[in-house]
Design a protein around this ligand. Structure first.
Ligand SMILES: [Zn+2]
Length: 181
């Protein structure tokens, strides 16, 4: 793509009508795309090494513990402990810019009970370090899976209950056109 095409594309992106249909970042590595596909049906599916049983996140081609090459996705316990949290006050992505305008966007790192640490979107601002949480996967408006953490007492056993959390966070597809922003 030459400079002229690039500029044209940028101008297009700045059109309000297109900004209204902004999507979250969709670019993923091959492993990231496999993670998205594996997580479509369940609550949380992570890579399990068939050689040593290591549970791995983020997804990779080889096991981080034994370098084994056979990793399969399995439904994994979704409980964990909040390690740290932060709030985004700025984003370069239109999708999040519009949400951050309304309120800072909470994100956190969670130590999953099965081993790995995950970076997640957080539903609540008033959670503290050490609080127990549950983490589930959500296929976002770009059809890529992101992880969401909710307080441990939240019932997320059915897709409907998980969808209610997503709607509350305005991450569902019907909230793509945020009003008044
Ligand atoms: Zn292994």
């Amino acid at each position: 793509m030459n400079i002229k095409d690039k500029m044209r594309k940028r101008l297009k992106l700045s059109r309000p009508s297109l900004r209204a249909r902004a999507r979250p970042p969709k670019h993923r590595s091959v492993c990231g795309s496999q993670f998205s596909a594996a997580n479509l049906p369940g609550v949380l599916q992570l890579q399990n090494c068939t050689d040593c049983g290591h549970v791995q996140y983020p997804p990779a081609e080889l096991c981080g513990a034994c370098l084994g090459g056979t990793l399969i996705y399995k439904e994994t316990a979704c409980t964990g402990t909040l390690l740290a949290q932060s709030q985004l006050h700025h984003s370069l992505w239109e999708y999040f810019k519009r949400r951050i305008k309304r309120a800072p966007w909470p994100i956190a790192s969670v130590q999953l009970d099965v081993g790995p640490v995950a970076i997640v979107h957080l539903t609540e601002l008033d959670l503290d370090t050490g609080d127990r949480v549950k983490v589930f996967s959500h296929s976002d408006a770009s059809r890529s899976v992101v992880l969401i953490a909710v307080p441990a007492a939240t019932d997320i056993t059915t897709p409907e209950l998980r969808q209610a959390v997503i709607v509350g966070m305005q991450l569902d597809k019907s909230a793509e056109r945020l009003k008044g922003v």
